[in-house]
Design a protein around this ligand. Structure first.
Ligand code: GLU
Length: 301
């Protein structure tokens, strides 16, 4: 088996991401699997090499290791482009000319059984002749899949049976950048990832990714979505909650590791843990806690 952690280098890793990384690493290593780190730096505006280095440093500080030099999505656009060509060839895509405001307005209106915020498929109705003319005229557009609100089900190792209706999501942004939903599917298949352990905020995206994998004839990994870490106010942990990153915490990194281990049910409160490898003995991924957890405001430097 191969497992992975795939952070976006847009800032320091906070406790929620570190906890997910630890769960992913333990799940892979306890099964004797390889483990990879992939840098999801698709977005040229938000991704920075400094954050990449900072994130890898923090992972290593916890004792998390990986078997190959991390790949960067920014260096793999050719792979994503080939997948877009294939999706286009098989008639799965259409150009979407909607502005952000139009998408917001459309998505806020109810439409059939699709979940709230789903794109209702406005541009799907444009005739092929008009589409071609507008694209030929250079009108700015994203590429969306024609998903047909198909229902996708899968068994999540932590969340149990999941099912969702897939909306017409974007696979290439209007600025030409491949969308995360596409790149993640191509990369997980290309890197032969069989076990995806990641944050529960991505559970809703899984149906989209399984659909793309099916269309492209790619294998589908096993998924386990780990609960999010919330701040004391119940909102997802963020900078404003105080010491949410290793650099911000006024404690040795072992203390942060101990906190994460305790939050995963792997150590008693404040039990000392020297390194991630100490948690491998008897680790059972099926026993990871379900649901989001709150980590109270820790001391701040
Ligand atoms: N890059 C994504 C993030 O940092 C994670 C993608 C994934 O694990 O599939 O939220």
């Amino acid at each position: 088996m191969v497992g992975r952690f795939a952070p976006s280098p847009t800032g320091p890793l906070h406790l929620g991401s570190l906890r997910t990384a630890l769960a992913a690493w333990l799940s892979a290593r306890a099964a004797g699997s390889r483990f990879l780190v992939r840098i999801e730096d698709l977005d040229p505006q938000r991704s920075r090499r400094e954050w990449e280095a900072d994130q890898l440093h923090d992972l290593a500080a916890l004792g998390i290791d990986w078997d190959e030099a991390p790949v960067r999505q920014s260096e793999r656009f050719g792979l994503y482009q080939a997948a877009l060509v294939e999706l286009e060839r098989t008639g799965r895509l259409y150009p979407c000319f909607c502005t952000r405001a139009e998408i917001r307005a459309a998505a806020s209106a109810p439409h059939g059984d699709l979940p709230e915020g789903a794109y209702p498929g406005t541009c799907r109705a444009i005739t092929p002749a008009e589409r071609d003319a507008r694209v030929a005229a250079g009108e700015r557009h994203a590429l969306r899949v024609d998903a047909g609100a198909v229902g996708i089900s899968y068994e999540d190792a932590l969340l149990g049976p999941q099912s969702s209706l897939v909306d017409d999501f974007v696979v290439r942004r209007a600025d030409g950048v491949p969308a995360y939903q596409l790149a993640v599917v191509i990369d997980d298949a290309d890197q032969q990832i069989e076990q995806v352990v990641r944050g529960a905020d991505l559970a809703d995206s899984t149906g989209r990714q399984i659909l793309l994998a099916r269309w492209l004839g790619l294998p589908v990994a096993a998924y386990a979505h780990v609960g999010l870490v919330l701040g004391a106010d119940g909102a997802r942990l963020a900078k404003r909650h105080g010491a949410a990153t290793i650099a911000d915490r006024d404690e040795p990194v072992e203390a942060t590791l101990a906190l994460l281990a305790h939050s995963l049910g792997l150590a008693r409160e404040r039990e000392s843990v020297g390194s991630a490898a100490e948690l491998l003995d008897g680790f059972d991924p099926a026993a990871l806690p379900r649901g989001d957890i709150m980590l109270g405001a820790p001391s701040q430097r």
